[in-house]
Write a protein that binds this ligand. Structure first.
Ligand code: SAM
Length: 362
């Protein structure tokens, strides 16, 4: 008999968990249909209801409501009492919880078809699933051209997590009264606009790919901040492009996870070259090993596979140790580390490592 080491799960549970995996895409669609067709909403508004009542009220077939609600029993989204269905807490999360809905829409609209090519992506080292969305090398190049529904789900997912961090981050970033920021991978300008509103004099430059800076420029104009927020179009995968110099803070939020470890090392070395000894470099990331809740670690492990099959084929949600090693290798020391910012982020403040005095001078 094989020894499973410290795996103490009993066989009945292990078998059930294996079936959950085997049928996961089917059951995902059932959960989404229960949400989208209004069945969960109906059960939220009514303490309990029979299949026939729900079918009549929602103008659906008895057959359709029946198969979905029976799947809902196994999904533990509903339970059955005296021939009537009642919503569970899990069902409520699927119906109302913002994070769950952002994750489900991202899974459906951005990833569902693409994930069929995960194996191919691993074997070829390329995001083969991206073909389902468009003809680009990485998703970032095509972001602004994505069909509206897919684009909305991508941006909702991206912004949902970083937006939560802003209120906690601002006092930390502005504690030393920085005069200028470089927001690398600043996307549509959400963070930079927050900074400009928070501090009346700070000047910010957003560096990103042209599709994103074009949207950022529109948002900056509409908010009336053209005098304090500017943009640079650049592809940081082009090794001939340095980072611009002269900023008090270089900021990378949810940015380094867009690259492989080798690419991150190159980008961090460029960052080091662009900084004076007084400047600070901040990284805001979600590390799967630093999560308080299993739900967050689970979400991050799943998100990694989006990077594999859709985004670029070579990045992921990292373990903190992988990144700390590169930060140090690129010539930085970690000055501060703030865990559990927002829901699941870690904020790392880096400074340039002081030059060692040459022994021959002593
Ligand atoms: C996951 S988003 C993060 C956006 C924002 N900083 C946030 O925290 O919500 C990554 C950003 O990095 C940009 N990006 C990805 N690859 C890039 C590259 N090679 N050069 C410049 N920007 C890039 C993307 O266009 C995108 O705006």
């Amino acid at each position: 008999m094989k020894d499973f080491g410290s795996d103490k799960k009993n066989v009945v549970q292990a078998n059930l968990d294996a079936q959950k995996i085997a049928f996961a895409p089917i059951m995902f669609q059932a959960a989404k249909s229960l949400r989208n067709l209004g069945i969960l909403e109906y059960l939220f508004n009514n303490d309990k209801a029979s299949i026939e009542t729900i079918a009549t009220e929602l103008n659906l077939s008895v057959y359709g409501v029946k198969v979905l609600l029976e799947a809902g029993l196994s999904l533990e989204m509903v339970y059955l009492k005296d021939n009537e269905f009642i919503l569970t807490k899990t069902g409520y999360f699927i119906l109302r919880d913002k994070m769950t809905n952002v994750n489900m829409d991202f899974t459906q609209d951005v990833n569902y078809l693409a994930m069929n090519r995960l194996e191919e992506s691993i074997v070829n080292g390329k995001p083969e699933g991206l073909k389902e969305l468009g003809n680009w090398d990485t998703v970032y190049v095509g972001l602004s051209e994505l069909p509206e529904k897919i684009k909305k789900s991508w941006f909702d997912f991206d912004h949902f997590y970083s937006d939560y961090t802003f209120p906690e981050i601002m006092p930390i970033l502005f504690s030393n009264k920085p005069r200028s920021f470089l927001d690398v991978g600043g996307n549509t300008g959400k963070f930079s606009l927050q900074c400009a509103k928070y501090d009346p004099t700070v000047k910010i430059t957003i560096l990103d790919l042209p599709g994103q800076t074009e949207v950022a420029r529109k948002n900056i104009r509409e908010a009336g901040f053209q005098d304090r927020i500017s943009t640079i179009d650049a592809n940081l995968l082009d090794n001939s492009i340095p980072l611009p110099k002269g900023f008090d803070i270089i900021w990378m939020s949810q940015f380094i996870d867009c690259f492989s470890l080798e690419e991150i090392e190159t980008i961090l070395k460029k960052t080091h070259e662009a900084m004076t000894a007084d400047a600070s470099f901040y990284i805001l990331e979600t590390f799967w090993d630093l999560q308080k809740f299993q739900a967050s670690t689970y979400s991050l492990h799943a998100t990694s596979l989006y990077f594999t099959a859709v985004a670029n084929g070579n990045s992921q949600m990292f373990h903190s140790k992988d990144i700390i090693k590169i930060i140090e290798k690129a010539g930085f020391v970690i000055d501060e580390m703030h865990e559990m910012i927002g829901m699941s982020h870690t904020l790392i403040k880096c400074k340039k490592r002081a030059l060692q005095l040459n022994n021959s001078l002593n």
